[in-house]
Design a protein around this ligand. Structure first.
Ligand SMILES: *Cc1c(COP(=O)(O)O)cnc(C)c1O
Length: 376
């Protein structure tokens, strides 16, 4: 296929490239009360619980909208009006949860580390020991801002020791990086249709501990974001309260079936890890440097420092890559001027090598000698 007769490859953290099979699944119309659709919806909810090994302890509550809607709905439903959250921040998505709680009128305190630094467990332990008012801890599994993998198992252990409820934004990790409810104690985890499970955008979901959600009636600050109501209504008649994103759900169900056939989390982790490793080693050959050391780098998205060469112009670089069929992602960081390249979506080694070849050619065209950044 030439670049002109196919969509560009999305080397972004979502929406991302979906398979033809997933796109094909959407070429029908479904009534929301139709038995086939109801069955599909139930299968999708069950599969999402299974992915986290959480079917015995948690329930899956889907919600219309992007991932942020699921985060906002979960925080508003699970944290009571008199609760207080400690938010672990090392990027934009941690900051977003602070904003969400300020809208919802929930008290919170933060523990912030730089974007290239995971939280320190001794410090977390100290903070939880010092502030008895804290009821919930909010953490981001993979902080997509930099691509850093936060130590979620260690965080869960400290929370459990202090009897705090842990809520995880695993948006960009769910399905690719293991999160097993039988090994890691959490009360809620949120993710969406359009990240590592490779569906199309339009639906978020939360897996919430059933015994916790049962006590959440009346917490929510917004009707459409009330996951207690969403859950109880769906349990009653198997239907969504308000118009469901039918095409998104059917595509998601197909994407999840493909995910299972391709080896589930282990298969996805392996393909994304290969994508990341090809990308990083190729970019290093061109002189680029990653923001993160390899031991903190998740196989989701990679942040590269801006090259120092005065001939390098990010906007022009971006546009030329796009013309050649590859969409990359601008940086959102404060620690260093940077840009990002994703390794998730329905793509593999061929596409990563293809992107590298185009990057090399574009650097030549721009007369950039090396991708090396300025010395720190
Ligand atoms: C993508 C993402 C979200 C949700 O973003 P939306 O744009 O609302 O889909 C939340 N948290 C993390 C860590 C993400 O990567």
């Amino acid at each position: 296929m030439t670049t002109s007769d196919r969509d560009p490859w999305l080397l972004t953290p979502g929406p991302l490239t979906t398979s033809d099979e997933t796109k094909q699944a959407m070429l029908h119309d479904w009534g929301s009360r139709d038995a086939t659709f109801i069955e599909t919806n139930a299968r999708m909810r069950r599969s999402l619980l299974d992915i986290a090994n959480a079917a015995d302890t948690h329930v899956c509550v889907p919600v219309q909208g992007s991932g942020t809607f699921a985060v906002e709905a979960t925080l508003g439903t699970v944290i009571p009006k008199d609760g207080k959250a400690l938010i672990l921040i090392n990027g934009a998505y941690g900051h977003r949860m602070v904003k969400i709680l300020s809208y919802a009128g929930r008290a919170c305190t933060v523990y912030e580390t730089p974007e290239d630094t995971p939280p320190d467990m001794a410090e977390l332990d100290k903070m939880l020991g010092a502030d008895k008012a804290i009821t919930h801890v909010l953490a981001v599994h993979c902080e997509t801002t930099s691509g850093i993998l936060n130590p979620i198992a260690d965080i869960a252990n400290v929370c459990e020791k202090h009897g705090k409820s842990l809520i995880i934004d695993a948006m960009s990790a769910f399905g690719a990086i293991e999160l097993d409810a039988k090994k890691i104690t959490f009360d809620a985890v949120m993710a969406s249709s359009n990240k590592c499970l490779e569906g199309v955008p339009g639906m978020g979901f939360a897996l919430i501990r059933k015994s916790v959600l049962e006590g959440c009636k009346g917490n929510a600050h917004a009707l459409s974001l009330d996951l207690y109501d969403q859950w109880t209504a769906m349990e009653k008649n198997a239907q969504w309260r308000f118009t469901p994103p039918t095409h998104v759900i059917v595509a998601f169900d197909s994407a999840i079936e493909q995910f299972k056939k391709a080896g589930g989390i282990a298969g996805r982790f392996k393909r994304y890890t290969e994508n990341r490793d090809i990308l990083i080693s190729g970019m290093r050959k061109l002189g680029f440097e990653t923001l993160l050391p390899d031991n903190l780098q998740a196989p989701i998205i990679v942040t590269f420092k801006m090259p120092e060469d005065p001939n390098f112009d990010f906007e022009a670089f971006y546009d030329r890559l796009k013309d050649q069929g590859y969409i990359i992602y601008p940086g959102k960081l404060t620690v260093a001027p940077s840009f990002r390249i994703g390794c998730i979506g329905a793509l593999g080694a061929d596409e990563m090598h293809g992107a590298l070849a185009v990057i090399e050619a574009v650097l030549k065209e721009m007369n950039v000698q090396t991708g090396r950044p300025a010395a720190a």
